[in-house]
Unconditional design. Structure first.
Length: 636
């Protein structure tokens, strides 16, 4: 056990790392709202401290759990605690490194933005929220920070709030996530009711299964949170629209951190899911369906950020499917008998890690392209950028090669680990993920060719240029990580327990059979894209196969269409019915009716006060007679 980190207690370093971005956000909100340049430096310096603190904790070997009671109500006690194990060490490193790259990139990308103080304040509050999820030691704490992440993402997506599309996208993301979070909250409550605790360490130490507890129902409710946050079918619709926010935001929250929070939460709860076979089946098939559906949707996109958004959806589906595939073998006594060949949680976290680097690289690369092309995002209006922006071209190409599974890059190892797991445990899912892998190389090479090869197809592309050092340096750092992150002896070796069951498979991934399969996937997908698409201003698939293109467009629009129909035809009409009933019964009969009765009684009472002593005597005698008659009849 390491006692100090840079001479300080690891508990103190973790707490300071967590609270530093909150302090940054407070300083920016209170004192620097009109000082964008200073605010950007404060936020970026905070990101440096987060990266340094997170990496120093991870590589020091310090692993600990510490908690303090917050309040007690009867038998219920809510604690605030930090759980720092290999899994949280891995995530804090990813959040720190990618967050720092995004902050540095944003210094150049958002240089001329008049509201960059608000932007960098939003980045700081997001970093605080994400670190809270990573370090929390219980589900209640996770849920608090979970909601803060939703709030901060709403703020960042809505940065260009004067655009109606950005305002709509932020509301869509917020509402879609609230749907999933409602199920997540119910799952947390059910978990506490069933097991008497929501502490992560205590849940992991329970002797599962517990008699009479429906762990499948609890696991499925908890999975609802991941469906929303990690944008799985059917709550995936918010993520493509979230590209309305600034491009660095997409790299941070929609590729590497926020959308990965759902995967991280599932891996935190692996002991509970491991003995919930029905829940794991649902998780597996939702992940596989999302992977294939999003890959098909990406083929027809013309916005460079939308292509990457659907690619993110697809890769998140890969991670979710991997988690569902890694189940324990349960014997007749209800206890696990043997572990799977590759642990699902480890395979999911491995792909989450490599994906964070190469997808953040491509999102920031797309930001460099958009910035260099004067904010042009249509890939059919680009072309020829390999000569105009050579550094962006080289680094972006590394990202494309990594996600397509080029042997010995990081994506090759993590993707093949999941395919290997699927082949062992669920062959139909393996087929779906195998097809998805081919589609991934197809649409990524399509985008790469249209953006970088050929001649410029617009004036903006013709005058494209590289950004400054703040925009190119993060690309180089992420490109290096996209190359080396898959090696067992690389920088990820310190997080070994987070990848239990995966590292032992890496030598097999380097075998001849796996290399042939990976090269086959890459060559089929990439070769088809290179043959079909020409650097032109029109979509070759739409020209040569309009029926296929039309089907894919309809497929992409199907969920939004269904939700629009539901809101307009069902929800709105039901709301109108409730409004009518409220006006007639609640506001009318109950509230105004009772008020009317009271008013009538008041009018009658006022009418009795005539100011005549004789009248008061007569009313007194009449009341006494009525009371006597009533009392006498009751006594008899």
């Amino acid at each position: 056990m390491i006692n100090t980190v840079f001479g300080f207690s690891p508990h103190l370093v973790a707490l300071v790392t967590l609270l530093t971005p909150l302090a940054s956000a407070a300083v920016i909100a209170l004192f620097l709202r009109r000082q964008g340049s200073i605010a950007s430096l404060v936020s970026t310096f905070t990101a440096v401290l987060i990266a340094a603190g997170g990496l120093s904790l991870a590589y020091s070997g310090a692993r600990f759990t510490e908690a303090a009671d917050w309040f007690t109500l009867g038998n219920f006690t809510l604690s605030l605690g930090i759980k720092f194990d290999d899994l949280s060490a891995l995530m804090i490193s990813i959040v720190g490194v990618v967050g720092l790259c995004v902050h540095v990139f944003s210094l150049g990308y958002m240089h001329d933005d008049e509201a960059k103080a608000r932007y960098f304040g939003g980045l700081s509050i997001f970093m605080f929220s994400m670190l809270g999820i990573v370090l929390a030691d219980n589900l209640f704490m996770i849920f608090i920070f979970w909601e803060l992440v939703g709030f901060s993402s709403y703020v960042l997506i809505n940065h260009y709030h004067e655009k109606q599309s950005a305002a709509d996208a932020s509301k869509k993301a917020f509402i879609a996530n609230r749907v999933g979070d409602f199920g997540f909250l119910l799952g947390i409550i059910a978990c506490y009711y069933a097991f008497g605790t929501v502490n992560l360490s205590e849940l992991a130490a329970l002797s599962f299964p517990v008699a009479g507890m429906d762990t499948n129902a609890i696991a499925l409710l908890l999975f609802c949170g991941a469906v929303g946050k990690s944008a799985q079918v059917p709550l995936h619709v918010w993520l493509p629209d979230a590209m309305e926010g600034p491009t660095p935001v997409s790299a941070l929250i929609h590729a590497a951190t926020m959308v990965a929070a759902g995967i991280f939460m599932l891996c935190r709860l692996e002991p509970l899911f491991a003995i919930s076979p029905l829940a794991l089946d649902v998780v597996t098939w939702i992940g596989a369906a999302t992977a294939l559906y999003a890959a098909l949707c990406a083929i027809t996109q013309s916005d460079i950020k939308k292509v990457l958004a659907y690619s993110t959806l697809s890769q998140l589906g890969y991670m979710v499917a991997a988690f569902g595939l890694g189940r324990l073998n349960i014997g007749h006594d209800g206890l696990p008998t043997a572990a799977p060949l590759i642990a699902g949680a480890a395979a999911a976290m491995f792909h989450l890690t490599t994906h964070a680097f190469f997808k953040a690289l491509m999102f920031l690369g797309s930001g460099s392209v958009i910035y260099g092309c004067h904010h042009e995002q249509d890939i059919f209006k680009m072309g020829g950028l390999s000569k105009k922006m050579p550094l962006t071209f080289i680094t972006f190409t590394i990202g494309v090669a990594a996600i397509a599974g080029l042997p010995f890059l990081s994506g090759f190892y993590s993707k093949d680990a999941i395919l290997h797991l699927a082949e062992q445990n669920n062959y139909p899912v393996f087929v779906i993920l195998f097809i998805t892998a081919i589609l991934t190389s197809f649409y990524m090479v399509r985008m790469w060719k249209l953006v970088f090869l050929g001649a410029p197809r617009s004036e903006h592309a013709g005058h494209a240029h590289e950004g400054g050092l703040s925009m190119t340096l993060p690309l180089v750092v992420l490109a290096v990580l996209a190359v080396v992150a898959g090696k067992t002896h690389g920088p990820l070796s310190v997080y070994g327990h987070a990848f239990d069951g995966v590292w032992s498979q890496i030598p097999h991934a380097e075998g001849a059979g796996v290399l042939v399969m990976s090269l086959g996937i890459l060559l089929v997908g990439a070769g088809a894209a290179l043959a079909l698409y020409k650097p032109a201003a029109t979509d070759s698939l739409q020209t040569k196969a309009p029926a296929v293109f039309g089907f894919l467009v309809v497929l992409k629009a199907s969920f939004d269409g269904a939700y629009n129909w539901y809101v307009a035809k069902v929800q709105q009409r039901f709301a109108m019915l409730l409004d009518f009933l409220e006006r007639i019964f609640l506001s009318g009969l109950i509230i105004r009716g009772l008020a009317g009765v009271v008013g009538l009684v008041g009018i009658g009472a006022r009418a009795l006060h005539v100011g005549s002593l004789h009248a008061y005597v007569y009313w007194f005698l009449a009341g006494a007679a009525v009371l006597w008659a009533f009392a006498g009849g009751w006594l008899n």
